[in-house]
Write a protein that binds this ligand. Structure first.
Ligand code: ARG
Length: 261
């Protein structure tokens, strides 16, 4: 009986220890329970940025970025599950492991690289000014002294802060890009600034609103990357290898319409 009890305690100890060691050691969502036993990665996004990431009428998260990540996942042999997190909460969600990585037309910047890791670029973009056709704004410099709406904490926001001042009350910073465009439409701002893909999509879908876009070389060229928790080399390498594969196969160019080196 005594020996039995000792054996029991020993097994108990081992089971307990392995729980400690393997049970709660990981902060990743990576699971082995995808279809066919594939690793499953949770991908966060802000699905308000058509045509890159948005909700279709059935409530599915779709867009060019989603097609890109689907292709990357296929090349990497993993499953992906998308979560619509929103723009600002996306950054802490990557940081605290709520998602394994983020896709959201995220521009790779030196400042963001201090807190996150980015994959190799898969897309390039630039900022566009969106304003009413009869506006006297013709360039980036013309925005000085004007009210400008942007999606908060985007590269467009930073570009306008550089011109108007970081805390300028002439900057109308909204939660989403469609809200920023609304601020311009209803006269709360003289112009909106955002990524070319989204601004052009808005014009395409609203041909009756009398709007115009302005490109300006003062805006830097931007490259999108997938954003990973700093130091998560496992996922970073998995994604980078897969990005290289879809670049080499021509699949990426087929989806986005242009090649990125
Ligand atoms: N490229 C810009 C940036 O990184 C804007 C991205 C906004 N994306 C979105 N899904 N709302 O700041």
């Amino acid at each position: 009986m005594k020996a039995g009890l000792r054996l029991f305690s020993f097994i108990f100890l081992i089971v307990g220890l392995s729980f400690l060691l393997f049970g709660c050691g990981s902060d990743s969502n990576a699971e082995q329970d995808g279809d066919g036993g594939k690793q499953k990665l949770v991908v966060g996004t802000d699905a308000t940025y058509a045509p890159m990431e948005y909700m279709d009428s059935d409530g599915n998260i779709v867009g060019i970025d989603i097609d890109v990540v689907d292709a990357i996942a296929e090349a990497a042999g993993v499953e992906v599950e998308y979560k619509n997190i929103g723009w600002e909460p996306l950054f802490p969600a990557v940081e605290n492991g709520e998602v394994d990585f983020a896709v959201s037309s995220i521009t790779i910047t030196e400042e963001r690289k201090e807190s996150f890791d980015f994959t190799d670029p898969y897309y390039f973009a630039n900022q566009l000014i969106l304003t009413k056709e009869d506006s006297d704004i013709k360039s980036y410099a013309d925005l000085e002294g004007k009210e400008v709406s942007v999606q908060i904490n985007t590269t467009g926001h930073v570009a306008i802060q550089d011109l108007l001042g970081k805390t300028s009350s002439d900057i109308v910073a909204t939660e989403t890009m469609p809200l920023a465009i609304n601020e311009m439409l209803n006269g709360n701002a003289d112009a909106a600034v955002g990524d070319n893909s989204t601004v052009n999509e808005y014009i395409k879908n609203n041909p009756d609103t009398e709007l115009t876009t302005i490109e300006d070389d003062s805006f830097e060229k931007e490259y999108y990357g997938l954003m990973v928790k700093k130091g998560n080399t496992e996922i970073l390498e998995l994604l980078n290898e897969a990005i290289q594969k879809v670049k080499d196969s021509g699949e990426l160019e087929e989806i986005t319409g242009f090649a990125v080196e």
